[in-house]
Design a protein around this ligand. Sequence first.
Ligand SMILES: NC(=O)c1ccc[n+]([C@@H]2O[C@H](COP(=O)([O-])OP(=O)(O)OC[C@H]3O[C@@H](n4cnc5c(N)ncnc54)[C@H](OP(=O)(O)O)[C@@H]3O)[C@@H](O)[C@H]2O)c1
Length: 272
Amino acid sequence: MRDEPQLYGIIGYPLEHTLSPVIHNALFKRYGIRGSYFAFPVRGEMLPVAVNCARIFMRGFNVTMPHKEAIVPLLDELSEDASNIRSVNTVVNKNGKLVGYNTDGVGARKALERVAEINNSRILVLGAGGAGKSIAYELAKFTHVTVLNRRIGKALPLQNFGIEVGELTKDNLRRELKDADILINATPVGMNGNDSLVPREFLRKELVVMDIVYSPLTTKLLKDAEKAECTTVDGLWMLVYQGAEGFRLWSGIKVDISFMRRVAIDRLRKSQ
Ligand SMILES: NC(=O)c1ccc[n+]([C@@H]2O[C@H](COP(=O)([O-])OP(=O)(O)OC[C@H]3O[C@@H](n4cnc5c(N)ncnc54)[C@H](OP(=O)(O)O)[C@@H]3O)[C@@H](O)[C@H]2O)c1
């Protein structure tokens, strides 16, 4: 990295609850980088303008809802993964050339690898939105993945990557969970603290259960999974691993994940 101050940020809307500025600014401080990271709330119609400003002023930025797919045609180059799933969450500015990556899938895989063997496992993902798609695509490079989604049509393109897809119904969920080793909730269900897509009686202790929702940190699904003695992984692990991948793309530095998680948990506690 050069020595002059460098501008980074996150583009999305709304952004009130994003943890990215606090995490990345803490990383800049810890690793002695003269960088600053800001939240840039950008509504849909302003995205092309924001991207052109970023091209001039920013060394790198994250992209979040609702722009992960809309930004794709505005970039100059895409990583192979971002190109395959047509979704970007991290951009690197290489001397005015904006290169898009997607670190959500790798972040989820690394979070899971803390507690589970992925190769030869059977993974069931609930949700085929931006996050579910990225996670299923990444994990399918290693093992068998099934995705159940409320609207089946949205999941169908995942078949191109060898992923099985189905409609998210109670019967399909029960059947798929019988054979699954790992269950991932990649829908927002659980954010209100009370709801879960998975009836508690479907959970058995051999399952590894990951929820990518991170606020609340322990969702209803994870509470039920703990009661059923499953191994659990909360969404903050994915958040820090995907952020760490982005930081590595910008700086070349492999960061301390525990440090990132501590910073994020402190912020979550303060905001509750
Ligand atoms: N931990 C992390 O690092 C991380 C990273 C990214 C996202 N997230 C979280 O993951 C969640 C999903 O994000 P996203 O970007 O994938 O959102 P998205 O693109 O809007 O997709 C949402 C998905 O959830 C499904 N869904 C929504 N409400 C549902 C309901 N009531 N019942 C069944 N399915 C439902 C949608 O199904 P349909 O297609 O049928 O509408 C869709 O598949 C959000 O809570 C987000 O904050 C966490």
